[in-house]
Ligand binder design. Structure first.
Ligand SMILES: Cc1cc2nc3c(=O)[nH]c(=O)nc-3n(C[C@H](O)[C@H](O)[C@H](O)COP(=O)(O)OP(=O)(O)OC[C@H]3O[C@@H](n4cnc5c(N)ncnc54)[C@H](O)[C@@H]3O)c2cc1C
Length: 549
């Protein structure tokens, strides 16, 4: 008897959608299952996603050096088996790429898009893939399976649907909402940071004006490069050579004025923060203990293991530190992330650069952050594979989010460029730490020390939170209304199983409907990384989808 062909859909086809497709093809090859897969994404670049879009400005860089990008290979049937760095070598034809280089995000997106096309060209006979260049607005289930509604067409039924939507549309936070109304009323420009090429185009009219940037994380650093390099300026050593098209002043600010710390300069300096095998084992054991109990455990259950590794790293480079100080730092991080950092913006930047260059001994915070970065795969592996109580999810995701200022650190070159721009006076950090901002008809009056300055352009570089309740994307809000989708807790993402299948509030799985990525924050952790897109969740989802009927 021939097996019926399974029908599966993937909605949202950025890198995570591609990771899910590859996992499904691998699983179909292993199980000999026949499967028809529809993928839905309005993008022209399936597989790349907006963050790595091949047509994004080259100013926007990856936050990982080339040597750290290590994706699993595509399914064995695919015509392309090159990893990213081999593909780059062939494409750029200029010999070996520097492993310490931070390349444009668009290059990774081009690789992912080509990887998708190469897979399509060599699919096994039993597997078919169709890309619908459309947005899905609604999903509903009937006796035959899941049906998906696009603007003018209904698709399905599908036995299984995975939503991998990245960060879809959300309600603006109250400040942004007020600012949008203000900008509309007075004809002011309030722009999004991305897409970068659109921002650079708009910025061509801002020469001599004062531009505010809401946010001081990695996106803000992208924006500052777009407003300088993107407008024809260039850096020569520690000098900035202006093109004359730049704004007169750029004023970034955030809730704490702390810039992201740069990552260690090169592989050798980075290796100083590698955990030892016995430290990996202790951290993993602590994670299991913290996450397997029925009681809500916070990240402090990890602090003994973390603290021991932090002390060993600092001592190994000639520093001195007391375990008590490390534990105080960690406890303070839980109580109020970042409240230990007391340096002004430019001084914090300078110190971060000196630590990244190995000129200064690493501080407790810098060391915690680098170890946390190295332990991200282990953290995901243990955390994502089990149900997490809401309180534990809240405290763990908050701790992980807070440490991003170190663990997702900036390329050192970008940090140095920011420092140069501060020293030349083009970037003014005096208002960086949670300034008072008054709305004036001419713009945003930002209080900086004892003076106030009016920015007549404002750029929003703050990524909305992944809280499910704020998502306005019709597909998500429709499923929230019918309670198919529910948040794990206030401020968190969807309640999902380890295989991405949605779980209702009463604990029952939603047959045939899964969600992966940022919107499952809490059920999974540390999803804002290319490596997570090709991780275990996709494999578990594929195994569930193609298990024997
Ligand atoms: C500015 C920025 C820079 C980043 N830089 C890095 C970096 O350097 N390194 C790194 O590891 N990570 C980086 N990240 C994190 C990065 O977003 C993830 O690594 C990765 O892109 C997540 O992939 P995804 O497929 O889950 O989401 P996305 O890449 O966002 O893709 C989601 C896709 O879903 C589609 N979609 C949404 N709603 C619908 C719908 N209703 N119907 C159909 N399609 C829909 C969208 O069109 C989109 O293509 C960055 C993120 C941002 C925002």
């Amino acid at each position: 008897m021939t097996q019926a062909r399974r029908r599966v859909a993937i909605v949202g086809f950025g890198p995570r959608g591609l990771g899910a497709l590859e996992a499904l093809v691998r699983q179909a090859l292993v199980t000999g299952t026949s499967v028809a897969i529809d993928v839905f994404d309005p993008s022209r670049w399936p597989g790349g996603g907006p963050s790595f879009s091949p047509d994004e400005s080259e100013i926007c860089l990856l936050n990982l050096p080339l040597r750290s990008i290590s994706l699993p290979p595509p399914p064995p049937c695919s015509g392309v088996q090159q990893d990213f760095s081999t593909w780059l070598k062939n494409r750029l034809q200029d010999g070996a790429q520097d492993g310490d280089a931070y390349l444009p995000r668009a290059l990774l997106g081009t690789y992912l898009h080509e990887r998708y096309k190469a897979l399509l060209a060599q699919l096994p006979e039993a597997v078919s893939v169709v890309h619908h260049q459309a947005r899905v607005n609604a999903a509903h289930q009937d006796q035959t399976g899941w049906r998906l509604q696009c603007a003018d067409h209904s698709h399905g039924p599908y036995e299984h649907v995975l939503m991998s939507l990245g960060q879809p549309q959300t309600d603006p936070d109250p400040q942004l909402e007020r600012w949008r109304r203000h900008a509309h009323r007075h004809g002011l420009q309030l722009c999004a940071a991305y897409p970068g090429h659109a921002l650079i185009e708009a910025a061509d009219a801002w020469a001599g004006r004062i531009v505010g940037i809401r946010g001081l994380a990695l996106s803000s650093l992208d924006v500052i490069r777009m407003l300088t390099l993107g407008l024809g300026g260039r850096f020569e050593g520690t000098r900035y050579i202006a093109s004359g098209r730049e704004p007169a002043r750029i004023i970034p600010f955030s809730l704490d004025g702390q810039p992201p710390a740069p990552k260690p300069l090169n592989a050798a300096l980075d290796a100083r923060f590698d955990p030892l095998p016995e430290e990996d084992a202790a951290f993993e054991a602590a994670l299991h203990a913290a996450l397997s109990g029925a009681a809500d455990a916070g990240p402090s259950a990890l602090f003994e293991a973390l603290g021991a590794a932090v002390a060993r790293v600092i001592h190994s480079v000639g520093g001195a530190v007391e375990q008590g100080d490390i534990q105080d730092w960690l406890q303070q991080e839980v109580a109020a992330a970042g409240s230990q950092e007391q340096l002004a913006t430019s001084e914090a930047l300078r110190c971060g650069i000196r630590q990244a260059e190995g000129q200064d001994l690493p501080t407790i915070g810098y060391t915690v952050g680098q170890l946390w970065r190295k332990w991200q795969p282990l953290l995901r592996c243990v955390y994502d594979s089990r149900p997490i109580p809401p309180n534990t999810a809240r405290t763990f995701t908050a701790f992980d989010e807070g440490l991003k200022r170190y663990s997702y650190g900036a390329p050192i070159e970008t940090a140095r460029q920011l420092l140069t721009l501060i020293e030349t006076g083009l970037v003014d950090p005096r208002a960086a730490d949670d300034p008072d901002i008054r709305l004036r008809p001419e713009g945003w009056e930002i209080q900086a020390e004892d003076t106030a300055v009016i920015a007549d352009v404002m750029i929003d570089s703050v990524l909305p939170s992944p809280a499910l309740g704020q998502v306005t994307e019709p597909l998500v809000s429709g499923l929230l209304e019918t309670r198919v989708l529910s948040a794990l807790d206030d401020g968190l993402g969807a309640r999902c199983g380890a295989d991405a299948v949605l779980v209702r509030e009463d604990g029952t799985p939603v047959q045939g409907l899964g969600l992966a990525g940022r919107l499952s924050n809490g059920s999974s952790i540390a999803s804002d990384s290319i490596h997570d897109c090709f991780g275990d969740i996709a494999d578990r989802w594929a195994a569930t989808v193609l298990q024997p009927a």
